[in-house]
Design a protein around this ligand. Structure first.
Ligand SMILES: [Ca+2]
Length: 303
């Protein structure tokens, strides 16, 4: 063999070895994958991680090559478009290059209990609503055995009705001869005292309240510190005065309106001891423990 022929053969061998060296086998790429993600069951998909059929790349293989063979760069992508990102698939052991291979969606946990907002005001349609502010367990989205109750029937307000108290509200007003019916507690004057209110000689106590939305218990209090500084009196259901120290006794229970003259007809002021007399009328939802009420207070003076 001439030295020239030998040189040609050697050059050819160098070329062939070099070509083989630069064209790595797919099995080497699978090895790269396994090195990058040791323990991932995705490795079992072998060549089909990156190829539909060699040498054609699937979307994951194409993305990996475009990313200069950097796995990390394409982890947040969903190369096969099946809704699971590549890293989610690799962690789940599915194939990020095949849309037919994807993690199974876990069955959502069903809610077992709910925390609600307060009920809305009663609508004209006789319904009120509320919203769920929190679920138990947190984040539950499954189909529960008991659904949240978001609406209920209620008694709608009609015009002229007084809304139910939502707190403990007190209203002081100067004496008037006659009660005034209002549709709001601040517009209502539920106790009139007769002509004594304007310097006249007659006491005529008249209690009147228009329509409440729901039944109320009514308490009527009387306090005359110059006559008895130690006791506030309530009118009980028999119409008698009894000291508050004997208990909180309602005057009238379970009514939506009142129109009463608790002390009967006119009383000449000349029959009464001098002093300032305070009258209080409380309306609280029937059967409640006075968590909410309207309490109106007025007075009259006997001179
Ligand atoms: Ca995917």
């Amino acid at each position: 063999m001439s030295s020239r022929k030998l040189l040609v053969i050697l050059l050819a061998m160098v070329f062939i070895i070099g070509a083989v060296g630069s064209a790595r086998a797919s099995s080497d790429y699978v090895g790269d994958f396994t090195t990058a993600y040791p323990g991932s069951a995705t490795s079992s998909f072998s060549c089909s991680i990156c190829h539909t059929s060699e040498p054609t790349r699937n979307p994951y293989g194409a993305a990996w090559r475009s990313a200069n063979y950097n796995f990390t760069t394409i982890e947040s992508q969903d190369s096969d478009g099946d809704g699971a990102t590549n890293i989610v698939e690799i962690n789940a052991g599915t194939n990020p290059g095949s849309a037919t291979s994807k993690p199974t969606t876990p069955t959502p946990v069903a809610c077992t209990d709910y925390t609600y907002s307060a009920w809305s005001a009663c609508g004209a349609n006789g319904q009120q609503s509320r919203t769920v502010t929190a679920n138990t367990p947190s984040g539950c989205t499954g189909t529960p055995s008991t659904f949240a109750v978001l609406t209920q029937a209620c008694t709608p307000m009609s015009s002229g009705m007084m809304p139910m108290p939502t707190s403990q509200m007190m209203f002081l007003y100067d004496p008037t001869t006659d009660p005034v019916i209002g549709s709001a507690p601040e517009d209502s004057i539920p106790m009139g005292v007769g002509s004594v209110a304007v310097g006249g000689g007659m006491l005529t106590i008249h209690a009147e309240i228009g329509q409440f939305q729901m039944p109320m218990d009514i308490y009527f209090a009387l306090y005359a510190p110059l006559v008895d500084p130690f006791n506030i009196y309530l009118i009980n259901q028999a119409g008698d005065l009894q000291p508050v120290s004997m208990g909180m006794s309602p005057w009238i229970t379970d009514v939506t309106s009142i129109d009463e003259m608790p002390f009967g007809a006119d009383i000449p002021t000349s029959m009464l001891p001098e002093g300032t007399y305070y009258l209080g009328l409380m309306a609280t939802p029937a059967g409640s423990n006075m968590e909410t009420y309207y309490f109106w207070v007025t007075n009259f003076i006997i001179q």
